[in-house]
Design a protein around this ligand. Sequence first.
Ligand SMILES: *Cc1c(COP(=O)(O)O)cnc(C)c1O
Length: 368
Amino acid sequence: MRAEDEMSYERDNIRNMQGYSWGEQPSQQRVIKLNTNENPYPASESVATALAQFSVDQLRRYPQPFADPFRDVAAAVHGVKRENIIATNGGDELLRLAITTFVGAGETLGMAEPSYSLYPVLAAVQGCNVVKIDLQDDWSLPADFAGQLNAAGAKLAFVVSPHAPTGQLVPVQHLRTIAQQFDGVLVIDEAYVDFVDPDLGYNAVPLIHELDNVLLLRTLSKGYSLAGLRFAYGIGAASLLAPMLYKTRDSYNTDAISQSLATAALAARDEAAVSWQRVREERGRLTAGLTGLGFDVLPSQSNFVLAAVPGNGEHRAPRLYQGLKDDGILVRYFDQPRLRDKLRITVGTPDENDALLCSLRKAMQLND
Ligand SMILES: *Cc1c(COP(=O)(O)O)cnc(C)c1O
């Protein structure tokens, strides 16, 4: 076909869908970036060492197809077996694999609303339907979440814990009940789990031994300061992971460099944990600072907070977002129901959080 005839070769569902909308990734280094929930502290020394020691000759051959050295470290960290771990090219690949493997075109998947905006995009690519189940007024999952999923015939459902964008933790007992009652695969997206206060004793990993339909998502992007590496993993029953490991995955889905660095990162978990504690401390300070400015801040177990703007929030929130941006500070604004009066702010270093609070105070006076 000649180009000027403008034939579209896309499948209908691809032509009709909207792509993902990324948080801004400025090329300028000077920007204070509190918009995409990256860890403000560097990855551990062990990762830097692994990178320095990696030789280009190691790239001559294909990588280990299953990232087995990584799986063994992850299995030891979580007290599970190698067959309970699948390594993926970022958490986003695991999400895509789960949909490809468990939800057919024309079938349905479920998600709580609001949550991660990539889920509907991946569903649209697969050509499956999405049933969105609203969170309750306090942002918790409705008690009959599983019942609603089953009624919709959902083959798979996504739950985020701690939840994005509210930062609220879903109790393990509630996750267990949902998985017990749900007829499909329950993906528990734990992208932010490393930032949960350890005193709460939250641990959903044991669910994979009780229930064969639970898939936990873990990523090195946030907790391990490696968003640029693209490495994540799933934890689940061996029978649940097997079709993704042996059938639907790309033959070499994670590359040799990322396998080496990810293995070093997980083995040095204690080093990363120092940054998690710092983030928790700053989360408390940032929450107090925002509350002092009149914001209504949800208590967060994550590395971001969702802050409701005081006064006419829907009017002011986008202006504050822009005011911060003019000052070189990026935060996230979601133009969608229940979020239009709020800003989602990643917890930064103490200096970054101070700069944010200072700029916000100024922007609020200008916008009064
Ligand atoms: C960041 C994130 C992921 C995964 O991100 P990757 O960088 O692809 O590992 C998954 N779910 C949520 C809710 C996230 O915020």
